[in-house]
Design a protein around this ligand. Structure first.
Ligand SMILES: *Cc1c(COP(=O)(O)O)cnc(C)c1O
Length: 411
Protein backbone atom coordinates (compact mmCIF):
# COMPACT_ATOMS: atom_id res chain seq x y z
CA UNK A 1 0.00 0.00 0.00
CA UNK A 2 2.69 2.49 1.04
CA UNK A 3 4.90 1.84 -2.00
CA UNK A 4 2.00 2.34 -4.43
CA UNK A 5 0.86 5.51 -2.72
CA UNK A 6 4.33 7.03 -2.65
CA UNK A 7 5.29 6.05 -6.18
CA UNK A 8 1.96 7.44 -7.38
CA UNK A 9 2.90 10.80 -5.89
CA UNK A 10 6.36 10.57 -7.46
CA UNK A 11 4.96 9.81 -10.90
CA UNK A 12 2.60 12.73 -10.68
CA UNK A 13 5.36 15.11 -9.65
CA UNK A 14 7.62 13.87 -12.45
CA UNK A 15 4.89 14.12 -15.08
CA UNK A 16 4.17 17.70 -14.06
CA UNK A 17 7.87 18.51 -14.36
CA UNK A 18 7.93 19.40 -10.68
CA UNK A 19 10.43 16.78 -9.56
CA UNK A 20 13.32 18.31 -7.60
CA UNK A 21 16.94 17.30 -8.00
CA UNK A 22 19.83 18.29 -5.79
CA UNK A 23 23.09 19.48 -7.24
CA UNK A 24 26.24 18.44 -5.44
CA UNK A 25 28.67 21.32 -5.06
CA UNK A 26 32.34 20.56 -4.65
CA UNK A 27 33.50 24.03 -3.63
CA UNK A 28 32.57 26.66 -1.09
CA UNK A 29 29.96 29.31 -1.85
CA UNK A 30 31.02 32.22 -4.02
CA UNK A 31 30.47 33.76 -7.44
CA UNK A 32 32.06 30.59 -8.83
CA UNK A 33 30.90 27.15 -7.78
CA UNK A 34 32.17 23.70 -8.82
CA UNK A 35 29.74 20.95 -9.79
CA UNK A 36 30.75 17.62 -11.38
CA UNK A 37 34.28 18.89 -11.85
CA UNK A 38 33.14 21.93 -13.77
CA UNK A 39 33.10 25.59 -12.78
CA UNK A 40 29.84 27.53 -12.91
CA UNK A 41 28.93 31.15 -12.39
CA UNK A 42 26.68 31.10 -9.35
CA UNK A 43 23.51 33.20 -9.49
CA UNK A 44 21.37 31.25 -7.06
CA UNK A 45 22.92 31.65 -3.63
CA UNK A 46 21.53 33.73 -0.76
CA UNK A 47 25.08 34.61 0.29
CA UNK A 48 24.39 38.20 -0.81
CA UNK A 49 27.52 39.76 0.66
CA UNK A 50 29.93 36.94 -0.09
CA UNK A 51 30.54 36.39 3.63
CA UNK A 52 30.17 32.59 3.54
CA UNK A 53 33.68 32.23 2.13
CA UNK A 54 35.36 35.13 3.94
CA UNK A 55 38.46 33.95 5.82
CA UNK A 56 37.42 36.00 8.88
CA UNK A 57 34.44 33.69 9.35
CA UNK A 58 36.42 30.49 8.85
CA UNK A 59 39.07 31.74 11.30
CA UNK A 60 36.46 32.59 13.91
CA UNK A 61 35.00 29.09 13.56
CA UNK A 62 38.44 27.51 13.80
CA UNK A 63 39.49 29.46 16.88
CA UNK A 64 36.22 28.75 18.69
CA UNK A 65 36.37 25.10 17.64
CA UNK A 66 39.88 24.75 19.00
CA UNK A 67 38.95 26.42 22.26
CA UNK A 68 35.49 24.97 22.90
CA UNK A 69 35.15 21.95 20.62
CA UNK A 70 32.27 21.41 18.27
CA UNK A 71 29.08 20.19 19.88
CA UNK A 72 27.10 22.34 22.30
CA UNK A 73 26.21 19.16 24.18
CA UNK A 74 22.68 20.06 25.22
CA UNK A 75 19.72 22.36 24.77
CA UNK A 76 19.96 26.01 25.90
CA UNK A 77 17.92 25.39 29.05
CA UNK A 78 20.08 22.44 30.15
CA UNK A 79 23.77 23.31 29.81
CA UNK A 80 24.17 24.11 26.10
CA UNK A 81 23.88 27.91 26.37
CA UNK A 82 27.44 29.11 25.83
CA UNK A 83 28.98 32.56 26.42
CA UNK A 84 29.38 32.89 22.64
CA UNK A 85 25.63 32.38 22.11
CA UNK A 86 24.99 34.91 24.83
CA UNK A 87 27.36 37.45 23.34
CA UNK A 88 25.85 37.03 19.87
CA UNK A 89 22.36 37.62 21.29
CA UNK A 90 23.54 40.79 23.01
CA UNK A 91 25.32 42.13 19.94
CA UNK A 92 22.35 41.40 17.67
CA UNK A 93 19.96 43.15 20.08
CA UNK A 94 22.28 46.19 20.32
CA UNK A 95 22.71 46.36 16.57
CA UNK A 96 18.97 46.29 15.91
CA UNK A 97 17.89 48.47 18.82
CA UNK A 98 15.92 45.68 20.47
CA UNK A 99 15.78 44.92 24.20
CA UNK A 100 16.69 41.28 23.65
CA UNK A 101 17.45 38.70 21.00
CA UNK A 102 17.14 34.93 21.21
CA UNK A 103 19.03 32.45 19.04
CA UNK A 104 17.38 29.54 17.28
CA UNK A 105 18.94 26.76 15.25
CA UNK A 106 17.13 27.75 12.05
CA UNK A 107 14.73 30.39 10.81
CA UNK A 108 12.16 27.69 10.22
CA UNK A 109 12.25 26.76 13.89
CA UNK A 110 12.21 30.41 14.99
CA UNK A 111 9.05 31.03 13.00
CA UNK A 112 7.37 27.92 14.40
CA UNK A 113 8.35 29.08 17.88
CA UNK A 114 6.64 32.45 17.58
CA UNK A 115 3.34 31.05 16.35
CA UNK A 116 3.26 28.15 18.78
CA UNK A 117 4.28 30.10 21.86
CA UNK A 118 2.00 33.11 21.34
CA UNK A 119 -1.20 32.03 19.66
CA UNK A 120 -4.33 30.55 21.25
CA UNK A 121 -7.26 29.04 19.42
CA UNK A 122 -9.37 32.21 19.80
CA UNK A 123 -6.67 34.33 18.11
CA UNK A 124 -6.39 35.56 14.55
CA UNK A 125 -3.18 35.32 12.54
CA UNK A 126 -3.05 37.41 9.36
CA UNK A 127 -0.48 36.44 6.75
CA UNK A 128 0.56 37.82 3.38
CA UNK A 129 -0.35 35.32 0.66
CA UNK A 130 3.28 35.12 -0.48
CA UNK A 131 4.85 34.64 2.93
CA UNK A 132 7.64 32.09 3.21
CA UNK A 133 6.65 28.46 3.76
CA UNK A 134 8.05 28.52 7.29
CA UNK A 135 5.62 31.29 8.30
CA UNK A 136 2.74 29.47 6.67
CA UNK A 137 3.70 26.21 8.36
CA UNK A 138 4.04 28.06 11.65
CA UNK A 139 0.49 29.28 11.22
CA UNK A 140 -0.74 25.82 10.28
CA UNK A 141 0.68 24.20 13.38
CA UNK A 142 -0.60 26.92 15.73
CA UNK A 143 -4.15 26.70 17.10
CA UNK A 144 -5.19 30.19 15.90
CA UNK A 145 -7.33 30.88 12.88
CA UNK A 146 -5.12 31.83 9.93
CA UNK A 147 -6.32 34.42 7.43
CA UNK A 148 -4.27 35.17 4.32
CA UNK A 149 -4.44 38.56 2.65
CA UNK A 150 -3.57 39.74 -0.83
CA UNK A 151 0.13 40.17 -1.39
CA UNK A 152 1.68 43.37 0.01
CA UNK A 153 -1.77 44.96 0.21
CA UNK A 154 -2.40 46.77 3.48
CA UNK A 155 -5.90 47.79 2.41
CA UNK A 156 -6.85 44.18 1.81
CA UNK A 157 -5.48 43.38 5.25
CA UNK A 158 -7.45 46.24 6.82
CA UNK A 159 -10.74 44.96 5.38
CA UNK A 160 -10.00 41.40 6.50
CA UNK A 161 -9.24 42.57 10.03
CA UNK A 162 -12.38 44.70 10.13
CA UNK A 163 -14.54 41.92 8.74
CA UNK A 164 -13.30 39.41 11.28
CA UNK A 165 -13.64 41.81 14.20
CA UNK A 166 -17.14 42.90 13.24
CA UNK A 167 -18.28 39.30 13.15
CA UNK A 168 -17.09 38.91 16.70
CA UNK A 169 -18.83 42.03 17.96
CA UNK A 170 -22.21 40.55 17.19
CA UNK A 171 -21.51 37.82 19.69
CA UNK A 172 -20.92 39.54 23.02
CA UNK A 173 -19.90 36.27 24.67
CA UNK A 174 -16.71 35.89 22.61
CA UNK A 175 -13.41 36.83 24.15
CA UNK A 176 -11.51 39.49 22.28
CA UNK A 177 -9.02 37.63 20.09
CA UNK A 178 -5.32 38.40 20.08
CA UNK A 179 -4.27 39.62 16.65
CA UNK A 180 -0.98 38.93 14.95
CA UNK A 181 0.21 40.09 11.52
CA UNK A 182 3.04 38.12 9.91
CA UNK A 183 5.00 39.17 6.86
CA UNK A 184 8.26 38.59 5.04
CA UNK A 185 10.07 41.95 4.89
CA UNK A 186 11.67 41.10 1.53
CA UNK A 187 9.66 38.38 -0.19
CA UNK A 188 11.86 35.40 -0.82
CA UNK A 189 10.66 34.49 -4.32
CA UNK A 190 9.69 37.98 -5.53
CA UNK A 191 12.27 40.32 -4.05
CA UNK A 192 9.78 43.07 -3.30
CA UNK A 193 9.38 44.72 0.11
CA UNK A 194 6.29 44.60 2.35
CA UNK A 195 4.43 47.88 3.03
CA UNK A 196 5.87 47.96 6.53
CA UNK A 197 4.69 51.47 7.50
CA UNK A 198 1.08 50.63 6.70
CA UNK A 199 1.29 47.23 8.40
CA UNK A 200 2.86 48.85 11.44
CA UNK A 201 0.08 51.45 11.67
CA UNK A 202 -2.60 48.77 11.32
CA UNK A 203 -0.94 46.64 13.96
CA UNK A 204 -0.87 49.58 16.37
CA UNK A 205 -4.43 50.52 15.68
CA UNK A 206 -5.65 47.00 16.47
CA UNK A 207 -3.17 46.21 19.26
CA UNK A 208 -1.83 43.46 17.05
CA UNK A 209 1.64 42.03 17.20
CA UNK A 210 3.65 42.58 14.02
CA UNK A 211 5.97 39.70 13.21
CA UNK A 212 8.48 40.52 10.49
CA UNK A 213 10.66 37.88 8.83
CA UNK A 214 13.86 39.66 7.79
CA UNK A 215 15.58 36.60 6.26
CA UNK A 216 16.32 38.56 3.06
CA UNK A 217 16.41 42.06 4.53
CA UNK A 218 19.21 41.79 7.08
CA UNK A 219 22.63 42.75 5.77
CA UNK A 220 21.01 43.98 2.58
CA UNK A 221 18.72 46.92 3.37
CA UNK A 222 18.81 49.79 5.84
CA UNK A 223 21.59 51.70 7.53
CA UNK A 224 24.44 49.30 8.45
CA UNK A 225 22.44 46.47 6.90
CA UNK A 226 19.94 46.52 9.77
CA UNK A 227 17.18 45.41 7.42
CA UNK A 228 13.91 46.56 5.94
CA UNK A 229 12.34 47.51 9.27
CA UNK A 230 15.27 49.83 9.96
CA UNK A 231 14.95 51.26 6.45
CA UNK A 232 11.38 52.19 7.44
CA UNK A 233 12.56 53.63 10.81
CA UNK A 234 10.71 50.91 12.69
CA UNK A 235 12.54 49.38 15.65
CA UNK A 236 11.79 45.86 16.91
CA UNK A 237 10.20 47.13 20.12
CA UNK A 238 6.73 47.35 21.62
CA UNK A 239 4.39 45.35 19.39
CA UNK A 240 6.99 44.57 16.71
CA UNK A 241 9.31 41.63 16.67
CA UNK A 242 11.83 40.64 14.10
CA UNK A 243 12.92 37.18 12.99
CA UNK A 244 16.33 37.23 11.33
CA UNK A 245 18.34 34.43 9.78
CA UNK A 246 22.11 34.04 9.90
CA UNK A 247 22.46 31.66 6.93
CA UNK A 248 21.81 34.17 4.16
CA UNK A 249 23.60 37.56 4.01
CA UNK A 250 25.40 36.62 7.25
CA UNK A 251 27.05 33.71 5.45
CA UNK A 252 26.82 31.63 8.62
CA UNK A 253 24.00 29.51 10.07
CA UNK A 254 21.16 29.89 12.56
CA UNK A 255 18.49 32.46 13.29
CA UNK A 256 17.12 34.70 16.02
CA UNK A 257 14.09 36.60 17.21
CA UNK A 258 14.58 40.18 18.47
CA UNK A 259 12.09 42.22 20.46
CA UNK A 260 11.05 43.41 23.91
CA UNK A 261 12.24 41.38 26.87
CA UNK A 262 8.75 40.19 27.72
CA UNK A 263 8.33 38.48 24.31
CA UNK A 264 11.78 36.92 24.47
CA UNK A 265 11.17 35.66 28.02
CA UNK A 266 7.97 34.12 26.78
CA UNK A 267 9.78 32.28 23.97
CA UNK A 268 12.41 30.95 26.39
CA UNK A 269 9.66 29.61 28.65
CA UNK A 270 7.21 28.28 26.07
CA UNK A 271 8.70 27.84 22.59
CA UNK A 272 9.00 24.12 21.96
CA UNK A 273 11.43 24.54 19.06
CA UNK A 274 13.69 26.44 21.46
CA UNK A 275 13.40 24.18 24.48
CA UNK A 276 13.47 20.70 22.98
CA UNK A 277 16.46 20.92 20.70
CA UNK A 278 20.23 21.03 20.97
CA UNK A 279 21.85 24.48 20.94
CA UNK A 280 23.91 25.51 17.91
CA UNK A 281 27.61 24.69 18.16
CA UNK A 282 29.30 27.66 19.89
CA UNK A 283 31.71 27.84 16.93
CA UNK A 284 28.75 28.70 14.72
CA UNK A 285 27.84 31.56 17.07
CA UNK A 286 31.46 32.74 16.83
CA UNK A 287 31.15 32.68 13.04
CA UNK A 288 28.00 34.80 13.15
CA UNK A 289 29.73 37.27 15.50
CA UNK A 290 32.51 37.65 12.93
CA UNK A 291 29.90 38.14 10.18
CA UNK A 292 28.12 40.83 12.21
CA UNK A 293 31.45 42.66 12.61
CA UNK A 294 31.97 42.67 8.85
CA UNK A 295 28.42 43.82 8.14
CA UNK A 296 28.83 46.68 10.62
CA UNK A 297 32.27 47.76 9.48
CA UNK A 298 32.17 47.23 5.74
CA UNK A 299 29.28 49.35 4.43
CA UNK A 300 30.91 49.10 1.00
CA UNK A 301 29.58 45.53 0.79
CA UNK A 302 26.05 46.87 0.81
CA UNK A 303 26.80 49.63 -1.66
CA UNK A 304 28.56 47.21 -4.00
CA UNK A 305 25.56 44.89 -3.82
CA UNK A 306 23.22 47.74 -4.66
CA UNK A 307 25.41 48.74 -7.58
CA UNK A 308 25.49 45.17 -8.91
CA UNK A 309 21.71 44.90 -8.72
CA UNK A 310 21.33 48.16 -10.64
CA UNK A 311 23.83 47.19 -13.29
CA UNK A 312 22.14 43.83 -13.85
CA UNK A 313 18.74 45.48 -14.31
CA UNK A 314 20.07 48.27 -16.54
CA UNK A 315 22.03 45.89 -18.70
CA UNK A 316 19.09 43.56 -19.22
CA UNK A 317 16.80 46.48 -19.99
CA UNK A 318 19.23 47.84 -22.57
CA UNK A 319 19.49 44.44 -24.28
CA UNK A 320 15.93 43.12 -24.30
CA UNK A 321 12.62 44.82 -23.59
CA UNK A 322 10.85 41.49 -23.67
CA UNK A 323 13.06 39.90 -21.01
CA UNK A 324 13.08 43.03 -18.90
CA UNK A 325 9.29 43.11 -18.92
CA UNK A 326 9.33 39.61 -17.34
CA UNK A 327 11.70 40.69 -14.60
CA UNK A 328 9.87 41.47 -11.36
CA UNK A 329 10.27 45.11 -10.25
CA UNK A 330 12.66 44.23 -7.43
CA UNK A 331 15.33 46.47 -5.94
CA UNK A 332 16.78 43.68 -3.79
CA UNK A 333 19.26 40.92 -4.70
CA UNK A 334 16.36 38.61 -5.58
CA UNK A 335 15.69 39.24 -9.28
CA UNK A 336 12.97 36.86 -10.50
CA UNK A 337 12.50 36.38 -14.24
CA UNK A 338 9.02 34.95 -14.69
CA UNK A 339 8.83 32.36 -17.47
CA UNK A 340 5.44 30.76 -16.80
CA UNK A 341 5.27 26.99 -17.08
CA UNK A 342 7.51 24.59 -15.16
CA UNK A 343 8.64 22.96 -18.45
CA UNK A 344 9.82 26.21 -20.00
CA UNK A 345 11.45 27.34 -16.76
CA UNK A 346 13.36 24.08 -16.42
CA UNK A 347 14.47 24.31 -20.03
CA UNK A 348 15.65 27.89 -19.53
CA UNK A 349 17.61 26.92 -16.43
CA UNK A 350 19.12 23.97 -18.35
CA UNK A 351 20.20 26.20 -21.26
CA UNK A 352 21.92 28.54 -18.86
CA UNK A 353 23.59 25.59 -17.19
CA UNK A 354 24.99 24.47 -20.55
CA UNK A 355 26.59 27.89 -20.79
CA UNK A 356 28.16 27.52 -17.39
CA UNK A 357 25.64 29.57 -15.45
CA UNK A 358 23.75 28.35 -12.44
CA UNK A 359 20.29 29.84 -11.88
CA UNK A 360 17.55 27.94 -10.12
CA UNK A 361 14.18 27.13 -11.64
CA UNK A 362 11.50 27.85 -9.04
CA UNK A 363 8.26 25.98 -9.65
CA UNK A 364 4.99 25.28 -7.82
CA UNK A 365 4.26 24.72 -5.01
CA UNK A 366 7.00 27.21 -4.08
CA UNK A 367 5.37 29.79 -6.36
CA UNK A 368 1.78 29.96 -7.73
CA UNK A 369 0.82 28.00 -10.86
CA UNK A 370 1.73 29.73 -14.09
CA UNK A 371 4.41 31.77 -12.35
CA UNK A 372 7.41 29.46 -12.55
CA UNK A 373 10.51 31.56 -12.68
CA UNK A 374 14.24 31.81 -12.81
CA UNK A 375 15.25 33.13 -9.41
CA UNK A 376 18.39 35.09 -10.16
CA UNK A 377 20.27 36.27 -7.08
CA UNK A 378 22.95 38.92 -7.16
CA UNK A 379 25.87 39.15 -4.76
CA UNK A 380 28.21 41.99 -3.83
CA UNK A 381 31.05 39.75 -4.96
CA UNK A 382 29.92 39.34 -8.58
CA UNK A 383 32.11 41.31 -10.98
CA UNK A 384 30.74 43.49 -13.77
CA UNK A 385 32.04 40.94 -16.29
CA UNK A 386 30.18 38.13 -14.53
CA UNK A 387 26.94 40.10 -14.62
CA UNK A 388 27.58 40.80 -18.28
CA UNK A 389 28.08 37.07 -18.87
CA UNK A 390 24.75 36.33 -17.21
CA UNK A 391 22.91 38.83 -19.38
CA UNK A 392 24.64 37.53 -22.54
CA UNK A 393 23.67 33.98 -21.62
CA UNK A 394 20.06 35.00 -21.00
CA UNK A 395 20.00 36.46 -24.51
CA UNK A 396 21.79 33.64 -26.33
CA UNK A 397 19.82 30.91 -24.53
CA UNK A 398 16.81 32.14 -26.44
CA UNK A 399 14.85 32.43 -23.23
CA UNK A 400 12.64 35.06 -24.86
CA UNK A 401 11.07 32.38 -27.01
CA UNK A 402 10.42 30.13 -24.01
CA UNK A 403 8.35 32.65 -22.12
CA UNK A 404 4.77 31.44 -22.05
CA UNK A 405 2.09 33.81 -23.12
CA UNK A 406 0.47 32.75 -19.86
CA UNK A 407 3.54 33.83 -17.93
CA UNK A 408 5.63 36.72 -19.05
CA UNK A 409 4.64 40.24 -18.13
CA UNK A 410 1.97 39.96 -15.50
CA UNK A 411 0.25 41.47 -12.49
C1 LIG B 1 15.30 30.95 4.38
C2 LIG B 1 14.11 31.55 5.00
C3 LIG B 1 13.66 31.14 6.26
C4 LIG B 1 14.24 29.95 6.97
O1 LIG B 1 15.47 30.23 7.50
P1 LIG B 1 16.47 29.01 7.76
O2 LIG B 1 17.43 29.53 8.75
O3 LIG B 1 17.07 28.70 6.44
O4 LIG B 1 15.64 27.88 8.30
C5 LIG B 1 12.61 31.82 6.84
N1 LIG B 1 12.01 32.83 6.20
C6 LIG B 1 12.39 33.24 4.98
C7 LIG B 1 11.68 34.37 4.32
C8 LIG B 1 13.45 32.60 4.34
O5 LIG B 1 13.81 32.97 3.12
Amino acid sequence: MWRERISGLHNERQQNRLWRNRIVSESGQGPLIWIDGREFLNFCSNDYLGLASRPELAQAAKRAGEQFGVGSGAAHLICGHHALHHQLEERLADWLGAEKALLFSTGYMANLAVAQAFLKSSDLLFQDRLNHASLIDAGRTAPARMVRYQHADANALRSKIERHLSRLDTDAATVHPGLMIATDSVFSMDGDVAPLNELHALARQHQSLLWVDEAHGLGVLGDQGRGALAAHQIAPTENVFLMGTLGKAFGSFGAFVAGDQIWIDHLIQFARTYIYTTALPPMVAATSLAALQLIQHEPQLQSQLKQNIESFRQLLQSKSDRLFSCLKPSLTPIQPLVIGSPEATLAASQHLREQGILVSAIRPPTVPNGESRLRITISATHTTEQIQQLVDALLTSDIESMIDSSGGPHE
